[in-house]
Design a protein around this ligand. Sequence first.
Ligand code: AQP
Length: 328
Amino acid sequence: MNKRIFSGMQPTGDLHIGNYLGALKTWARMQYDYEPIFCIVDQHAITVYQDPAELQRKTEDVAALYIAAGIDPEHSAIFVQSTVPAHVELAWVFTCITPFGWLNRMTQFKAKSGQQESVGTGLLCYPALMAADILLYQAGIVPVGEDQAQHLELTRDISQRFNALYGETFVVPETRLPVVGARIMGLDEPAEKMSKSAPGANHAVGLLDPPNRIKKLISRAVTDSKPGVDFEDPGAGVRNLLNIYQAFADVTNDEMKEKFDGMRYGDFKKTVAEMIVSHLEPMQKKYEELTADRDVIRGILKKGAERVTPIAHATMDLVRERTGLYRG
Ligand code: AQP
């Protein structure tokens, strides 16, 4: 089996517990059993306008958060997408073989394009770039949250289409979702997934939020009109808080039922908040240490790019050979 894993996050805002439970936690857990490559996808970020200075800073912040969340830079390659130009080179090739209809039906495109007056073509082509990110490294497994599952299916379709047109070239990657925490919902709106770019002040718990804010956010989270936890039939908001607790605590359904069934909402929310704080506090301490000297982060990102570049070049050589792009 192909042991290489690839995944990435956009430096589009403050990472939240959905990003951690849906992706980062799985990355940290899987890393030593695989050959891991983790990317900060800044070219995806600019499909929606980003303040340039903020984007620079956030790119390094996300790298620091990867490490603070348990990604070991000595073992895992961590790098920034735009520092390896082969990503866009391969993305162009994929754009050329991807039917417009495949891109146009992506739910994330529909949601994000609906929020803007003028929609850049990059937002439509985003999944072709994502396919390039993954296939450039011939990754066999891609650990992501559920919202990315549709894009991963498209990546599989693109790899198969390329292979059918030009001959066996790309690994067809598998999606890996966490068993619990694959889709964390907004605290203020449990029908919508928790998102970095959602506007609500009470929407998400940021990975860098201080304990008092976390307690306040959880105490304000939407529940329902029942007096306490109805474990067999919780409302969407309560189910979300149960999921959050279970994903952090790594406990079974039976243990969850035993602990929470019938618990009054005040006590329930206090317990959930304490669980979040106990996990985020050490992460935040590590993050503070890491960001105190940004040269260290920059060094890690440079080394990461140097590690992955030969793999990217080998794939592009093969793609040039297969497609007939001029090699001189
Ligand atoms: N709510 C979520 N629950 C579980 N997993 C989630 N992920 C995102 N939101 C949740 C996972 O986090 C990784 C990073 O995703 P991304 O940076 O590519 O952005 P996204 O998927 O579009 O997530 P956001 O946080 O909502 O960002 P914006 O607002 O910028 O679009 C992915 O593995 C994703 O599945």
